[in-house]
Design a protein around this ligand. Structure first.
Ligand SMILES: NC(=O)c1ccc[n+]([C@@H]2O[C@H](COP(=O)([O-])OP(=O)(O)OC[C@H]3O[C@@H](n4cnc5c(N)ncnc54)[C@H](OP(=O)(O)O)[C@@H]3O)[C@@H](O)[C@H]2O)c1
Length: 352
């Protein structure tokens, strides 16, 4: 199935890689399979900037199964099967290509494979990847691989939302909807460290977690009237909506400042999601829209954002909240947990 010339090349002690792969759209349980014998990388083929990393831990995010479900047409043209899922990783540098400075074999690094790297060299749910020096950052000694693995998507998305898009200032009030998930648990801590007053929206069982991370007000969406509670505790400057709560957006004038805005990221490739974003952006107030601006963004994970986030984490002791850790052979259970949409923080797969 794989080019024998590649599969049989010896790289270090690794003849080939093990990897979870899929070739057709569907649920992880139906389409994802474990392959031993996936082609590895050769030192002599490394290009400027390339870095080979032995993976220790991978964070599984909603985007990983969303892309798998919709692996058709455009996506298939961009990424030929078999596809290795996963963007986030933490591990150890094995070897560096030409013109790489600042990294050496043995360094502990975390990162996020860019879309183009994922397309050309595969994702991170494997024991070894070829990444690029621009995507890598040294893990501080005090942080372990599992915690660092979650920085790439959940951590950096929270950072970009609060710092680059909202440009949060001390004293501002921000609501985080979906505060107990992977992105939300980072967002509470970052917003608090930036000096904002944070209100979390979560279910009853996660109230204590949100409080412990720094939420000033906690609202239980299962048992409380969320809009009434927000009206009491507001008015707010921002809502960071990780759930795509249309009802909340339509009621925003009851609890937000006039100039306050909503930032959404719960992206999906479905028509219903795109329709809901369009309606938030375009529906006039007299037809049930809101006068507060709505912005939807995609994480960019630029080297600058990654560097700033990394420095901020080290300085402000932002911690990764981990819901669960699965062994590599049980990656399907990790996908099931993420797809349940009930995880408290991040879901990690350990590789070695
Ligand atoms: N645009 C981008 O670049 C980007 C980047 C990262 C993530 N995302 C998207 O952002 C969303 C959040 O990501 P994530 O990794 O944080 O998700 P996640 O970890 O799967 O979120 C799970 C959490 O959501 C909570 N939740 C579920 N329904 C809720 C509701 N109605 N109100 C409040 N909380 C609720 C759950 O708590 P309970 O069980 O207590 O309800 C659980 O703790 C996903 O849709 C993801 O695809 C987009």
């Amino acid at each position: 199935m794989y080019p024998m010339s590649l599969a049989s090349e010896r790289y270090g002690n690794t003849l080939t890689r093990k990897a979870w792969v899929y070739s057709s759209p569907g649920e992880p349980q139906n389409v994802l399979r474990l392959v031993n014998g996936f082609p590895g990388f050769r030192i002599e083929q490394l290009k400027p900037g390339d870095v080979i990393v032995d993976i220790e831990a991978v964070s599984i995010n909603p985007v990983d199964y969303k892309l798998m479900r919709t692996y058709q047409l455009v996506h298939k043209a961009m990424q030929k099967p078999p596809v290795i899922p996963g963007f986030d990783f933490a591990g150890k540098v094995v070897s560096t290509g030409p013109s790489v400075t600042g990294l050496k074999a043995g360094d502990r690094v975390w990162g996020k494979q860019s879309l183009s790297l994922q397309k050309n060299r595969g994702g991170t749910l494997t024991n070894q990847i070829c990444s690029n020096v621009k995507c890598l950052h040294i893990i501080p000694d005090s942080i372990n691989f599992n915690d660092a693995a979650a920085f790439g998507t959940a951590g950096v998305t929270a950072w970009e939302g609060l710092v680059e898009h909202m440009k949060i200032k001390p004293g501002q009030k921000v609501v985080i909807v979906g505060a107990s998930g992977g992105v939300g648990t980072f967002a509470i801590q970052i917003a608090k460290a930036l000096g904002a007053e944070v209100t979390s929206i979560s279910s009853t069982k996660n109230i204590q977690l949100c409080k412990s991370l720094g939420a000033f007000h906690t609202i239980d969406y299962k048992s409380e009237d969320v809009v009434a509670k927000l009206a009491e505790t507001g008015p707010y400057d921002f809502v960071f909506d990780l759930i795509n709560d249309n009802g909340l957006y339509r009621a925003s004038s009851k609890f937000m400042k006039r100039e306050g805005s909503f930032f959404g990221i719960a992206s999906d490739i479905s028509l219903s999601y795109i329709g809901s974003v369009m309606s938030r952006k375009m529906r006039p107030k007299i037809f049930g829209g809101s006068s507060n601006a709505y912005h939807d963004f995609l994480e960019q994970a630029t080297p600058e954002a990654i560097k700033n986030f990394s420095n901020f984490v080290a300085k402000n002791k932002v911690e990764t909240v981990i819901d669960s850790v699965y062994n590599f052979d049980h990656a399907l259970d990790a996908f099931e947990r993420v797809a349940s949409h009930r995880s408290q923080g991040n879901v990690i797969v350990t590789v070695n």
